[in-house]
Design a protein. Structure first.
Length: 286
């Protein structure tokens, strides 16, 4: 994939200086992303990064690749369109827990069922950080936020469980305190032929203080080496553990991608219409 040039991490950095808060987990996510691109030796002009809004939405601007900073919750459908039009490109969608699981939540199931060949990187800080600390779909019940001063009354969404239930073909979780682990998981997700979901616990130091860092330190565990990544029930059992976050690949099973199925549709259409668009149009005119 190197096209006669060896790419270093610096080749994927743009000239823009990140402006996240000091200590934000997204700095580590960005570092790991550059490392993953370098490990895979993907030419920068063959990469497309698409984000929504919020703190994580800034990430494409810090990469010397093609990028789209889209509107709220629409990273996945735009990424799907890019990949459908240009299957030769490596496409990533990215966003935060509010962007992906709230207004953008309806798009996740369709990316999963299509098994579109893109990687989704979710930076989950359990809060709306850029808009000043409102509760998000993953905010723990009882936590006080800008929109729940007496405690958040809702149960949090569990992203790994959701991805498994939707039938995502590659499901993984990691955290921003492990840059090397993040880079390795990102590389695996990007290489995966199909829709890949990676949840990254990326704490917001401004609105949640050290709380999430402390929780990660106490609860994060590597996925047991004996875990069978093809066993969905076993993956659910790990995701349902109330006392631990398991870091690593929960589930991966190869199945036909959208691109593979759609290319077959194109071949069939050409065979039935002698390859002429006029012939195809005539079928609908009669």
């Amino acid at each position: 994939m190197s096209e006669s040039k060896t790419y270093t991490k610096a080749d994927y950095r743009s000239d823009l200086k990140p402006v996240w808060c000091p200590g934000c987990g997204d700095y580590a996510v960005l570092t790991a992303l550059h490392a993953a691109f370098s490990a895979l030796q993907i030419p920068p002009h063959k990469l497309v990064l698409i984000s929504g809004i919020g703190c994580s939405g800034r990430l494409p601007g810090y990469c010397a690749t093609y990028g789209i900073n889209a509107i709220h919750g629409r990273a996945l459908p735009i990424a799907t369109g890019v990949k459908a039009a240009r299957p030769d490109l490596t496409v990533l969608a990215m966003g935060g827990d509010g962007d992906i699981f709230s207004i953008g939540g309806g798009h996740l199931v369709h990316a999963a069922r299509r098994n579109i060949d893109i990687a989704l990187i979710v930076m989950d800080n359990n809060i709306y950080g850029l808009t000043k600390g409102q509760s998000s779909p993953t905010t723990p019940a009882g936590e006080k936020t800008a929109t729940a001063i007496y405690g958040w009354p809702e149960e949090p969404m569990r992203p790994v469980n959701l991805a498994l239930a939707y039938g995502v073909s590659f499901v993984a979780q990691t955290h921003s305190g492990d840059v090397r682990g993040m880079a390795n998981l990102m590389a695996e997700a990007i290489k995966w032929p199909g829709f890949a979901f990676v949840e990254i616990l990326s704490p917001c130091v401004t609105w949640r203080g050290r709380l999430q860092y402390d929780v990660i330190r106490k609860r994060a565990r590597p996925i047991p080496p004996e875990h069978d990544v093809t066993d969905r029930a076993a993956a659910f059992a790990l995701a349902d553990d109330p006392d631990h976050y398991y870091m690593g690949i929960y589930f991966k099973v190869r199945r036909p991608t959208f691109e593979e199925r759609f290319s077959q549709v194109r071949r069939t259409a050409r065979e039935n219409t002698d390859g002429s668009s006029e012939t195809l149009l005539n079928r609908f005119r009669t």
